[in-house]
Ligand binder design. Structure first.
Ligand code: PLP
Length: 375
């Protein structure tokens, strides 16, 4: 199998799976129980929190565990905006993940006014556009660190500086789901109040995420219950997933540079192969991180090409996995023509990929594009 769809999800790291299994079968206490097993479980929870915090350059007390990146973003945006006394204006970008866009749309229905910053044709968002959009009643600006479809990196440091200068009361949320363990997370440098991350993009199981909440920032919870996670995310903690997430963060932190170089080399190899074998292919957006590359093979519908690749055990994606066949809103916002959007493939690498995976992908693309261009 040649899996090159790591922006959709990743395999669980064996070390993380081992810990999850141990927590499910042996150390299965409830962190809220006061007996020995509960205390042991609480220790596992706090160890994981320290590891996530370390990878995010944050304090453990600033990390709240959630069920996924989507929940972390919902908690940040809804929690921040529903607080009394805040302005009614939100700024975001047109290239956000559905987790952000649909939460913001919901807030729009509740009476918030939203400004959507538009990307240029390379998928970048300008700092000047943010500056121009800020108003005295801006309550929140939310944007991603790295785009999941085209791999652009947004200038969050500059965004944070401009936001806090023009609207010091406004809160800043960064969706770092695709950036974690790839790009260093710098909450203070970015002036970030909230940062969402997700376990399954970095080798932890699905069903665990986290939200960084800057010390001193208070938000309203989405759920009500037993007071876990300082009342912000009540419900018995999903400890197997959380423990595995902590372990994945520890490993990713130790190997971050080495992993980045590996992915960079794989991406360069792929690009060289594309140049040599498909000089007619066009790249969509400028992928600033080597983990995500988006390109179109004109004349080859991506849904069909995907099936041909799949028959050769090669797995990539046609845009974002969450969009499930819908035309990409990111490529549409970049104003690419329909035929290009219709033939766009997203290839996303992980350090576990090898040269063989890249070669298999190039061979499968050769077969697929020949077949489809002839048809
Ligand atoms: N934000 C981005 C940029 C993503 O790529 C994703 C998942 O694809 C999410 C948020 C949602 O994360 P989760 O799948 O953990 O809910």
């Amino acid at each position: 199998m040649h899996y090159l769809d790591h922006a959709a999800t990743t395999a669980v790291l064996p070390e993380a799976a081992r810990i999850a299994c141990r927590v499910m079968t042996e150390q299965f206490g409830n962190p809220s129980s006061v007996h020995k097993m509960g205390i042991e479980a609480s220790g596992i929870l706090e160890t994981a929190r320290r590891e996530v915090a370390a990878l995010m350059n944050a304090e453990p007390s600033e990390i709240t565990f959630t069920s996924c990146g989507t929940e972390a973003t919902n908690l940040a945006l809804s929690g921040a905006c529903r607080r009394k006394g805040r302005g009614r204006h939100i700024i975001t970008t047109a290239i956000e993940h559905a987790a952000t866009l649909n939460t913001v749309r919901r807030l729009e229905q509740e009476g918030f006014e939203v400004t959507y910053l538009q990307p240029d044709s390379s998928g970048h968002i300008s700092v000047d556009d943010l500056r121009a959009a800020i108003r005295p009643d801006t309550a929140l600006f939310t944007c991603m660190l790295a785009n999941n479809e085209v791999g652009t990196q947004l200038p969050v440091r500059e965004f944070g500086a401009v936001l806090k200068k023009r609207a010091p009361e406004a809160l800043f949320h960064v969706d770092a789901v695709q950036g974690l363990a790839r790009i260093p997370i710098k909450p203070k440098l970015w002036h970030a109040d909230f940062i969402s991350v997700s376990g399954h993009k970095i080798g932890a199981p699905k069903g665990v995420g986290a939200l960084y909440i800057r010390k001193g920032v208070h938000i309203a919870p989405l759920l009500f219950g037993g007071g876990q996670e300082r009342g912000l995310r009540p419900g018995t903690e999903g400890l197997p997933g959380i423990a595995a997430f902590g372990e994945a963060c520890r490993l990713r932190r130790e190997q971050m540079q080495e992993n980045y170089s590996k992915v960079e080399q794989l991406c360069a190899l792929f690009r060289a192969g594309v140049e040599a074998r498909f000089p007619w292919a066009v790249y969509n957006g400028m992928s600033d991180i080597p983990h995500v590359v988006n390109l179109s093979f004109p004349g080859c519908k991506s849904e069909v090409l995907l099936r041909v690749l799949e028959m050769r055990n090669v797995y990539v994606s046609s845009g974002s996995a969450c969009a499930r066949g819908k035309a990409s809103h990111v490529l549409a916002a970049m104003k690419l023509e329909h035929a290009r959007i219709d033939s766009a493939l997203r290839v996303s690498f992980a350090p576990s990929n090898t040269q063989k995976d890249v070669e298999a992908l190039l061979d499968a693309l050769e077969e697929g594009t020949k077949r489809l261009r002839r048809a």
